[in-house]
Design a protein around this ligand. Structure first.
Ligand code: GLY
Length: 364
C-alpha cells in the first residue's frame, strides 16, 4: 500500500489500482478512467436519486475525456442485488453491443457497487470496473477490495466474485446530500476500522464525532482516507480472505443476523454497531478485554448516533439465525473479538451460552 497526495494505492500486482479521495473528484472521473482503461465506452450504473444529484458532472467528465456513456438505472435498496437485476444489466450491455473493452462505472452506494461489480466480473468473463461511491458506507468499505455479489433468496452475498476495480474515485462532496441516518451508518464502519486496526483513528472519532455528524469536509476526508488506507493494507495482504481479511467482519456475525431479522428496518451500519457491542461483551465474558473496553466503544458509537441496545431483541432467535446463515454457507461461526482498541483476534467455538449472555446484554 502506498499513499501519495490524495490517493492511496492498492498493490495487487497486475490488479493494482488507486483510490482517490478528492473533493470535486466527480469532475475528474473521465480523465482518471481514460488513463487506466483501454475502452472508450462505459455503462454507468446508478439509481434514480443518485443520478439526479450527481450524474451530470460524472457524465460530463467522462464525455469530455472521450468516453461515451450509456446509463442504466437500478432500483434503490438491497432487493436490487439480485440475479434478475444483473440480467437487466447484461441485457443493457448486449443491446448497446458492448465488447470486452466495456467499462462498467458504478455511481451510488454499496448495493449499486456490488451489483455493477458482479456484472463487470462476469460480462464476457470480466471487463473493467470503476467505483464512484456516494455513501459513506461504500466510501470507507465496500468500494475498496473487489468483493462483488448479488444475494440469493436463502442468503446474502452468496453469488459473487472477487473483481478488483481499475480505480475508485471518492468525492466527499457527495456526502453533503446523504441523509444523516446513512452518514451515521457509515461511521459504524469507520469505528470498526479503529477498533480492529488503529487506536488513533478510534480516538479521532471520539474527539471529532460532532464534526463528523455535521458532515464537516475535513473531518470526513480524514476518516475516509484513513479507512481506505487500512482497508488497502488488509486487502493487499489477503485479497481473497484466506486469513487476515476476515478481521474486517468485526461486528458482522451478529450484525448480519440482526439485519436479516429486521427485514430492512435497520441500516447495515446500525446492525454492525449492535454487532460490535455483542462482540465486545463476548470478549469481556471470555476475559479478553476489561469492562472498560465495552464502555469506551459504547460511548463512541453513541456519540456517532448509533444504536448500542436493541430492547426486545430475542437472543434465541438471533442465535438460530446466525447458525442457519453459517450452515447455508457451509461455514462455522467464527468471531472477530477485540483484545484492545486497535487489535482483534479470530475465535471459533464460542459456546451458545456465552453468546446468549452477550446478546442479553444488548437487549437489556
Ligand atoms: N467488507 C469486508 C471486506 O471487504 O472484506
Amino acid at each position: 500500500m502506498r499513499t501519495s497526495g490524495t490517493s492511496i494505492s492498492v498493490e495487487l500486482e497486475d490488479r493494482s489500482y488507486r483510490v482517490h479521495v478528492q473533493p470535486q473528484g466527480l469532475a475528474e472521473v473521465g480523465r482518471a478512467v481514460a488513463s487506466v482503461c483501454r475502452g472508450r465506452r462505459c455503462l454507468l450504473v446508478s439509481c434514480r436519486r443518485v443520478v439526479r444529484l450527481w450524474g451530470e458532472p460524472v457524465v460530463r467528465s467522462l464525455e469530455s475525456a472521450g468516453v461515451a456513456v450509456t446509463t442504466a438505472l437500478v432500483p434503490d435498496g438491497e432487493q436490487a442485488k439480485s440475479l434478475q437485476q444483473a440480467e437487466k444489466l447484461y441485457e443493457a450491455l448486449l443491446r448497446a453491443r458492448f465488447d470486452r473493452q466495456a467499462v462498467v462505472v458504478s455511481l451510488g452506494g454499496g448495493v449499486v457497487g456490488d451489483l455493477a461489480g458482479f456484472v463487470a466480473a462476469t460480462y464476457q468473463r470480466g471487463v473493467d470496473f470503476v467505483q464512484v461511491p456516494t455513501t459513506l458506507l461504500a466510501q470507507v468499505d465496500a468500494s475498496v477490495g473487489g468483493k462483488t455479489a448479488v444475494n440469493h433468496p436463502r442468503a446474502k452475498n452468496m453469488i459473487g466474485a472477487f473483481h478488483q476495480p481499475r480505480l475508485v474515485m471518492i468525492d466527499p462532496v457527495t456526502l453533503s446530500s446523504l441523509p444523516k441516518r446513512q452518514l451515521r451508518g457509515g461511521l459504524a464502519e469507520v469505528i470498526k476500522h479503529g477498533v480492529i486496526l488503529d487506536a488513533r483513528l478510534f480516538r479521532y472519532v471520539e474527539q471529532h464525532a460532532d464534526a463528523l455528524l455535521a458532515a464537516e469536509p475535513e473531518a470526513l476526508k480524514h476518516v475516509i482516507r484513513r479507512s481506505c488506507q487500512l482497508k488497502a493494507e488488509v486487502v493487499t495482504a489477503d485479497e481473497r480472505e484466506s486469513g487476515l481479511r476476515a478481521i474486517l467482519n468485526y461486528g458482522h456475525t451478529l450484525g448480519h443476523a440482526v439485519e436479516s431479522a429486521s427485514a430492512g428496518r435497520w441500516l447495515h451500519g446500525e446492525c454492525v454497531s449492535l454487532g460490535m457491542m455483542g462482540a465486545a461483551y463476548l470478549a469481556e465474558d471470555l476475559g479478553m478485554v476489561t469492562a472498560a473496553f465495552a464502555g469506551r466503544q459504547r460511548d463512541v458509537l453513541r456519540a456517532a448516533g448509533l444504536p448500542v441496545r436493541l430492547p426486545g431483541l430475542a437472543p434465541e432467535q438471533l442465535w438460530e439465525r446466525m447458525s442457519h446463515d453459517k450452515k447455508a454457507a457451509a461455514g462455522s461461526l467464527r468471531w472477530v473479538l477485540p483484545t484492545r482498541i486497535g487489535e482483534v483476534r479470530i475465535v471459533s467455538d464460542v459456546s451458545k451460552e456465552t453468546v446468549l449472555r452477550a446478546l442479553e446484554r444488548i437487549g437489556e
